[in-house]
Design a protein around this ligand. Structure first.
Ligand code: HEM
Length: 413
């Protein structure tokens, strides 16, 4: 592997003249990866990146099969390219970086606080939080849908569910932004990003200890008392460290992704005004529209895995020991799986297949994400049926695994 990762490795070109390269740390990727994905699905379904030494699967069928086969495509070596490049199996209590059976045991414990029924009771909290941010904007002629709204409410909701005191909740988002941020052509978090992740871990460890001393009825306190008996009759409980690690995952996974979903959705409506008219005429179409936003622009564009054996596929072989990206954003636009895959059609029907992951690691927060984004779009269409995006002010994040906007200025006056 070369050490100069910024050197131009893409010597091949596609038919349209663009470089035949998938570089998840490039502006091309963040701005619009879909032409690259098309080329990969058609010409390089088992893609190899010389620059970063990883393989990538882009066809829907291959991505689903890889998610199903967790023994071959392990999560225990990390799910981001920086971690995977170490080729080291982690011994961790971070749910998303574990394989069964350890993963299954921990998931059974933590999912007790995350059932669909438990989430359904949260609607009043979600409505309260969303309304408070909407109310703060109602007199404005223009505002930023992300910076003034979509970035703020999801972290407020997940951290109040966890039991983070009000006043400290937005800090969680700033730490998360810090450790997910990536500079161009660098898969590793910045020095300050690493410091943010350490500080956030320490913060939640202290909070777990505090909740053990002074419990409330919120998630961290409920995890303190959660138990699970395995097949051998052994009872499992969570340590403070286990709880802190899970809280970090929930706070990060529960904030960034919903922010990106709402931003991507606003942009999809901006580009497809006929679909916005449909929503205005019939707001009950919103839940279906959210599934379609998730399919068209999944906030989590790829899931990292480590190939534990040689895998021969139609289009090539992934050698054992290879970091492998399962490219959700490409799979959900595969014409082999969807008709008119690039169209935003809110009446398409059916729930998203891959945007929330698939198989053993499928998203624990998908019901909460659906609830939050439904409430957000119900309020947006009610308050601002007419909006105009100031495209000059659009800004995207450059993050690991997550894609979307940091700024979408709109005029509503
Ligand atoms: C639109 C919003 C969201 C999207 C697109 C999303 C996407 C995903 C994806 C793709 C995975 C699978 C990761 C993998 O296979 O490696 C995942 C896992 C997970 N998500 Fe979400 N997520 C969202 C919202 C949330 C929320 C709101 C929460 C919690 C409050 C959450 C908590 C989790 C957790 C705990 C896991 C790990 C599950 C496991 O490893 O067993 N997510 N999510």
């Amino acid at each position: 592997m070369s050490t100069d990762r910024s050197a131009p490795h893409a010597t091949r070109t596609r038919e349209d003249g663009a470089p035949a390269e998938f570089n998840p740390y490039s502006d091309v990727f963040f701005d619009d990866p879909y032409a690259t994905y098309r080329w990969m699905r058609d010409e390089a379904p088992v893609y190899y990146s010389e620059r970063w030494d990883f393989y990538a699967l882009t066809r829907h069928e291959d991505v689903v099969a890889a998610h199903r086969d967790w023994e071959t495509f392990s999560s225990a070596y990390g799910v981001t390219l920086d971690a995977l490049s170490m080729r080291h199996r982690f011994s961790t209590n971070m749910l998303i970086i574990m394989d069964p059976p350890e993963h299954e045991r921990l998931r059974k414990l933590v999912r007790q606080v995350f059932t669909k029924a438990a989430i359904a009771n949260l609607e009043p909290l979600v409505v309260d939080v969303v309304t408070s941010y909407i109310d703060a904007l109602t007199d404005r002629q223009s505002f930023d849908v992300v910076a003034d709204f979509a970035a703020l409410f999801p972290v407020e909701i997940i951290s109040s569910m966890l039991g983070v005191p009000s006043g400290e909740r937005q800090q969680i988002r700033l730490w998360t932004d810090g450790f997910l941020h990536r500079e161009e052509n660098n898969p590793f978090a910045t020095e300050s990003g690493v410091a943010d992740s350490v500080t956030m871990g320490e913060y939640f460890l202290e909070l777990a200890r505090e909740k053990r001393r002074n419990p409330d009825d919120l998630i961290i306190s409920r995890l303190v008392t959660a138990t699970y008996e395995d097949e051998a009759g052994v009872t499992h409980r969570l340590s403070d460290d286990d709880i802190a690690t899970f809280a970090v995952l929930l706070a990060a996974a529960g904030s960034e992704t919903v922010t990106k979903l709402v931003g991507n959705g606003v942009m999809a409506f901006h580009r497809n005004p006929d679909q916005w008219e449909l929503v205005l005429a019939d707001p009950t179409l919103i839940p279906g529209a959210i599934e379609e936003m998730l399919r068209l622009n999944p906030p989590s564009q790829y899931q990292g895995r480590f190939a534990t054996r040689d895998v021969a596929l139609d289009g090539g072989t992934i050698p054992a020991g290879s970091p492998t990206l399962l490219v959700t954003g490409a799979a959900t636009r595969d014409p082999r799986a969807y008709q008119r895959p690039d169209a935003f059609d809110i009446r398409r029907g059916g729930a998203t297949t891959l945007a929330f992951g698939y198989g053993v690691h499928s998203c624990l927060g998908s019901w909460l994400a659906r609830l939050e984004s439904r409430v957000a779009f119900q309020h947006l269409q009610q308050h601002w049926p007419r909006f105009e995006v100031d495209t000059d002010g659009l800004r995207r994040v450059t993050m690991s695994n997550v894609a979307g906007y940091s700024h979408i200025p709109v005029h509503v006056g």
